[in-house]
Design a protein around this ligand. Structure first.
Ligand SMILES: [Zn+2]
Length: 239
Protein backbone atom coordinates (compact mmCIF):
# COMPACT_ATOMS: atom_id res chain seq x y z
CA UNK A 1 0.00 0.00 0.00
CA UNK A 2 1.36 3.45 -0.96
CA UNK A 3 0.14 6.66 0.67
CA UNK A 4 -3.16 7.66 -0.91
CA UNK A 5 -2.22 11.34 -0.50
CA UNK A 6 0.74 13.41 0.53
CA UNK A 7 0.05 16.89 1.88
CA UNK A 8 2.94 19.36 1.90
CA UNK A 9 3.42 22.86 3.29
CA UNK A 10 1.20 22.16 6.30
CA UNK A 11 1.66 25.00 8.79
CA UNK A 12 4.86 25.97 6.99
CA UNK A 13 7.10 23.00 6.22
CA UNK A 14 4.87 20.18 7.47
CA UNK A 15 4.38 17.01 5.42
CA UNK A 16 1.62 14.46 5.98
CA UNK A 17 1.37 11.05 4.31
CA UNK A 18 -2.19 9.70 4.34
CA UNK A 19 -2.87 5.95 4.14
CA UNK A 20 -6.63 5.75 3.56
CA UNK A 21 -8.10 2.25 3.44
CA UNK A 22 -11.43 3.62 2.17
CA UNK A 23 -13.17 1.62 4.92
CA UNK A 24 -14.86 3.05 8.01
CA UNK A 25 -12.65 3.38 11.05
CA UNK A 26 -10.69 5.82 13.17
CA UNK A 27 -8.01 8.21 11.91
CA UNK A 28 -4.78 7.52 13.77
CA UNK A 29 -1.94 10.01 13.47
CA UNK A 30 1.72 9.36 14.24
CA UNK A 31 3.94 12.40 14.48
CA UNK A 32 7.64 13.18 14.25
CA UNK A 33 9.33 16.58 14.34
CA UNK A 34 11.36 17.91 11.42
CA UNK A 35 13.35 20.75 12.91
CA UNK A 36 16.96 20.97 14.06
CA UNK A 37 18.85 23.44 16.25
CA UNK A 38 21.46 26.15 15.50
CA UNK A 39 24.19 24.10 17.17
CA UNK A 40 27.42 22.84 15.57
CA UNK A 41 27.64 19.06 15.85
CA UNK A 42 31.12 17.95 16.89
CA UNK A 43 31.40 14.19 16.59
CA UNK A 44 32.22 11.64 13.90
CA UNK A 45 29.18 9.38 13.93
CA UNK A 46 27.96 8.29 10.48
CA UNK A 47 24.74 10.33 10.74
CA UNK A 48 26.41 13.54 11.90
CA UNK A 49 25.06 16.81 10.48
CA UNK A 50 26.47 17.90 7.11
CA UNK A 51 25.33 21.51 7.59
CA UNK A 52 27.73 23.87 9.32
CA UNK A 53 26.38 25.32 12.55
CA UNK A 54 23.13 23.32 12.46
CA UNK A 55 22.27 19.84 13.67
CA UNK A 56 19.56 17.50 14.88
CA UNK A 57 20.90 17.36 18.41
CA UNK A 58 17.40 16.92 19.86
CA UNK A 59 17.08 13.63 17.98
CA UNK A 60 14.39 14.62 15.50
CA UNK A 61 16.36 12.92 12.70
CA UNK A 62 15.87 9.71 14.69
CA UNK A 63 12.15 10.40 15.04
CA UNK A 64 11.80 10.95 11.28
CA UNK A 65 13.64 7.70 10.61
CA UNK A 66 11.25 5.86 12.94
CA UNK A 67 8.21 7.38 11.25
CA UNK A 68 9.54 6.49 7.78
CA UNK A 69 10.08 2.93 9.01
CA UNK A 70 6.46 2.84 10.16
CA UNK A 71 5.48 3.98 6.64
CA UNK A 72 7.46 1.10 5.19
CA UNK A 73 5.74 -1.36 7.54
CA UNK A 74 2.31 -0.05 6.57
CA UNK A 75 3.15 -0.31 2.86
CA UNK A 76 4.11 -3.98 3.36
CA UNK A 77 1.31 -4.82 5.77
CA UNK A 78 -1.62 -2.45 5.11
CA UNK A 79 -3.98 -1.51 7.93
CA UNK A 80 -7.47 -3.06 7.79
CA UNK A 81 -9.70 0.00 8.21
CA UNK A 82 -9.79 3.74 8.80
CA UNK A 83 -6.83 5.99 8.04
CA UNK A 84 -3.27 6.30 9.22
CA UNK A 85 -1.53 9.68 8.96
CA UNK A 86 2.23 10.04 9.20
CA UNK A 87 2.73 13.64 10.25
CA UNK A 88 6.12 15.31 9.88
CA UNK A 89 5.70 18.45 11.96
CA UNK A 90 7.82 21.61 11.61
CA UNK A 91 9.10 23.96 14.33
CA UNK A 92 8.76 21.91 17.50
CA UNK A 93 11.63 23.62 19.31
CA UNK A 94 9.93 27.00 19.62
CA UNK A 95 6.44 25.53 20.03
CA UNK A 96 5.04 27.27 16.92
CA UNK A 97 4.84 24.29 14.53
CA UNK A 98 2.06 22.17 16.05
CA UNK A 99 -0.14 25.25 16.42
CA UNK A 100 0.47 26.24 12.77
CA UNK A 101 -0.25 22.72 11.48
CA UNK A 102 -3.52 22.43 13.41
CA UNK A 103 -4.56 25.92 12.25
CA UNK A 104 -3.84 25.09 8.58
CA UNK A 105 -7.16 24.59 6.68
CA UNK A 106 -5.69 21.51 4.98
CA UNK A 107 -5.33 19.88 8.39
CA UNK A 108 -9.13 19.78 8.77
CA UNK A 109 -9.17 16.92 6.21
CA UNK A 110 -6.84 14.77 8.28
CA UNK A 111 -8.06 15.54 11.81
CA UNK A 112 -7.10 12.60 13.97
CA UNK A 113 -9.13 10.62 16.50
CA UNK A 114 -5.87 9.52 18.09
CA UNK A 115 -2.41 11.05 17.89
CA UNK A 116 0.82 9.44 19.04
CA UNK A 117 4.39 10.66 19.31
CA UNK A 118 7.54 9.53 21.02
CA UNK A 119 10.78 11.25 21.97
CA UNK A 120 14.17 9.61 22.23
CA UNK A 121 15.69 9.59 25.71
CA UNK A 122 19.46 9.31 26.09
CA UNK A 123 20.59 6.62 28.48
CA UNK A 124 17.87 4.05 27.74
CA UNK A 125 19.14 0.64 26.60
CA UNK A 126 18.89 -0.03 22.85
CA UNK A 127 15.49 -1.33 21.81
CA UNK A 128 13.67 -0.24 24.98
CA UNK A 129 10.59 2.00 25.14
CA UNK A 130 9.44 3.67 28.37
CA UNK A 131 6.09 5.14 29.23
CA UNK A 132 4.01 5.88 32.33
CA UNK A 133 0.45 6.73 33.27
CA UNK A 134 -0.30 10.47 33.15
CA UNK A 135 2.11 13.22 32.31
CA UNK A 136 5.60 12.55 30.95
CA UNK A 137 6.80 15.96 29.77
CA UNK A 138 6.08 19.47 31.05
CA UNK A 139 4.58 22.40 29.20
CA UNK A 140 7.40 24.85 28.53
CA UNK A 141 7.48 28.50 27.58
CA UNK A 142 10.44 30.68 26.60
CA UNK A 143 10.37 34.13 28.19
CA UNK A 144 12.59 36.87 26.79
CA UNK A 145 12.97 39.98 29.01
CA UNK A 146 14.52 43.06 27.40
CA UNK A 147 15.43 46.00 29.60
CA UNK A 148 16.11 49.37 27.99
CA UNK A 149 17.90 52.25 29.72
CA UNK A 150 20.51 54.74 28.60
CA UNK A 151 24.24 54.28 28.12
CA UNK A 152 26.73 56.70 29.68
CA UNK A 153 30.49 57.08 29.93
CA UNK A 154 31.78 54.73 32.60
CA UNK A 155 33.25 57.79 34.37
CA UNK A 156 29.78 59.36 34.66
CA UNK A 157 27.36 56.47 35.25
CA UNK A 158 24.90 58.88 36.89
CA UNK A 159 24.21 60.36 33.41
CA UNK A 160 22.84 57.04 32.20
CA UNK A 161 20.21 54.51 33.19
CA UNK A 162 21.80 51.14 33.79
CA UNK A 163 19.69 47.97 33.89
CA UNK A 164 22.39 46.15 35.91
CA UNK A 165 20.60 46.50 39.26
CA UNK A 166 17.29 45.30 37.78
CA UNK A 167 19.05 42.24 36.33
CA UNK A 168 20.69 41.55 39.69
CA UNK A 169 17.26 41.62 41.35
CA UNK A 170 15.52 39.60 38.64
CA UNK A 171 17.85 36.61 38.58
CA UNK A 172 17.14 35.36 42.14
CA UNK A 173 13.50 36.52 41.96
CA UNK A 174 12.81 34.52 38.78
CA UNK A 175 14.64 31.53 40.21
CA UNK A 176 12.49 31.67 43.34
CA UNK A 177 9.25 31.48 41.27
CA UNK A 178 9.86 27.87 40.35
CA UNK A 179 12.15 25.43 42.07
CA UNK A 180 10.96 22.22 40.42
CA UNK A 181 10.23 19.21 42.63
CA UNK A 182 7.75 16.40 42.02
CA UNK A 183 5.63 16.51 38.86
CA UNK A 184 2.26 17.34 40.46
CA UNK A 185 -0.22 20.14 39.75
CA UNK A 186 1.91 22.61 41.74
CA UNK A 187 5.09 21.93 39.78
CA UNK A 188 6.83 25.17 38.69
CA UNK A 189 10.32 25.44 37.29
CA UNK A 190 12.07 28.58 36.06
CA UNK A 191 15.48 28.14 34.44
CA UNK A 192 17.51 31.18 33.47
CA UNK A 193 19.20 30.28 30.19
CA UNK A 194 20.88 33.52 29.09
CA UNK A 195 21.79 36.93 30.56
CA UNK A 196 23.46 39.86 28.82
CA UNK A 197 24.15 43.38 30.12
CA UNK A 198 25.61 46.05 27.83
CA UNK A 199 28.67 45.24 25.73
CA UNK A 200 32.03 43.78 26.77
CA UNK A 201 33.87 47.07 27.36
CA UNK A 202 35.32 49.06 30.27
CA UNK A 203 34.40 52.52 29.00
CA UNK A 204 30.61 52.37 28.76
CA UNK A 205 27.99 52.03 31.49
CA UNK A 206 25.34 49.68 30.03
CA UNK A 207 22.04 50.95 28.61
CA UNK A 208 20.35 47.64 27.88
CA UNK A 209 20.08 44.08 29.07
CA UNK A 210 18.31 40.86 28.26
CA UNK A 211 17.38 37.78 30.21
CA UNK A 212 16.09 34.52 28.70
CA UNK A 213 14.25 32.13 30.97
CA UNK A 214 12.37 28.88 30.37
CA UNK A 215 9.20 28.34 32.39
CA UNK A 216 7.90 24.81 33.00
CA UNK A 217 4.64 23.60 34.52
CA UNK A 218 2.49 20.47 34.38
CA UNK A 219 -0.58 22.26 32.99
CA UNK A 220 -1.82 25.30 31.07
CA UNK A 221 -3.40 26.99 34.10
CA UNK A 222 -0.17 26.79 36.08
CA UNK A 223 1.68 28.18 33.08
CA UNK A 224 -0.62 31.21 32.79
CA UNK A 225 -0.12 31.93 36.48
CA UNK A 226 3.66 31.50 36.32
CA UNK A 227 3.93 33.67 33.22
CA UNK A 228 1.90 36.44 34.86
CA UNK A 229 4.13 36.36 37.94
CA UNK A 230 7.32 36.46 35.84
CA UNK A 231 6.00 39.37 33.78
CA UNK A 232 5.05 41.27 36.93
CA UNK A 233 8.55 40.77 38.35
CA UNK A 234 10.11 42.09 35.14
CA UNK A 235 7.88 45.18 35.05
CA UNK A 236 8.47 45.90 38.76
CA UNK A 237 12.26 45.52 38.44
CA UNK A 238 12.26 47.88 35.45
CA UNK A 239 10.48 50.69 37.32
ZN1 LIG B 1 13.00 17.33 20.61
Amino acid sequence: MSPTRILTGLGGHGVAAVFDTGKDGPTVLFRAELDGLPIEERNDIAWSSLTNGKSHVCGHDGHMTMLLALGRMISRQPVACGRVILMFQPAEEDGSGAKAVVADPAYQEIQADWAFAIHILPGRPFGHVSTCAGLINCASLGLKIKLGGKTAHAADPEDGISPAQAVAELIPALDALGQGGSLDANFRLVTITHVKIGEPSFGVAPGEAEIFATLRTTGDEGMEHLETMARTLAVTAAE
